[in-house]
Design a binder for this molecule. Sequence first.
Ligand code: 16G
Length: 256
Amino acid sequence: MNTDDHSRLFDPEVWFRTGRGPRYEQLYRHISAAIAAGEIAVETQLPPERELAELAQVSRVTVRKAVAQLVDDGVLEQRRGAGTFVRLPRAKMDHSLSALLSFTEYMHQRGKNSTSRILRCGVFLPNPDEQIALGLSGVDRVSRVDRLRSADDMPMALEWSSLPADILPDPDSVETSLYDILRAAGTAPSRAVQRISAVNLSGADARLLNLSDGAAVLRIDRTAYLPSGRPIEYTRGLYRSDIYDFVAELRLDSNS
Ligand code: 16G
C-alpha cells in the first residue's frame, strides 16, 4: 500500500460517524472490514502507531486499543521489532452440508457462543416466494423472523426465516434458537434442501455484517421439511464467506 492509499483508508471522513460508538471501536470495525474485503492485503504492514494516529486523527491510545482488538481477533499480528502485519486468515470453519444443524449448534460445536439480534418479526400474509416454498395459499399466514447472528459477538450471518404460522404461532418467542423451539413443539425439520450462491452485499446488509459495500458473501436459501414431507421453514441467509466454508460430502450413487 502506498501513502495515498493509507491517507484515504484511514481518513476519518471514511471511517468515523458521530453517534456510531467510540472512536477505537469504529476504527477497529473499519480496519477489520477493510481486511475482510481484501482492501488491505495479507502480509501488509500497517503504518506505525504514531503515523496511524496522525492519519486517522485520533490519539495513540485509540489506535492501540483498535489494534489490540484486531490482534485478539487474530486478524493482525505484532512482530517484535518489525511492526504490525495482516495475518493469513485463520482456518475457515467447515460447515458440513450433510448434517442438518442449526446456527446455534454449529457455533456450539466450534466452542463459540452464538447470539442473535432480531431485526424484525411478526405474522404476515405470505409473499409469492413463501407461498411456493412453504406450499401456502394467499390467505394463509406466515411468521417471519429476521435476525443478525453473531458468534462470540462477531457478526456472521443475516437470516430471514419464514415459517407457516401454525408451526411458529409466536415469532417473538425466537430469542435464541429457532430449532430449539421447533424441537420443543415436536416440529423440528428432518430434511432440508439448500441452494448456495455468491452475492455482493449492499449497503445496509454490509453495515450489519461489518463488511464493506459490495463485499462477497454466500447466500444460502434453505427449505426444511418435516418427516411427513411438509415444508416448514424457508430461510434466506447471507453468510460471511471469509469465515464460513461449506463442505459437501459426496457419495457414489449405489445404483450406478
Ligand atoms: C442455520 C440454517 C437456517 C436455520 C438456522 C436455525 C444454514 C445455511 N441455515 O443457520 O436455515 O433457520 O440454522 O438456527 O445452515 P437456530 O436454531 O440457532 O435459530
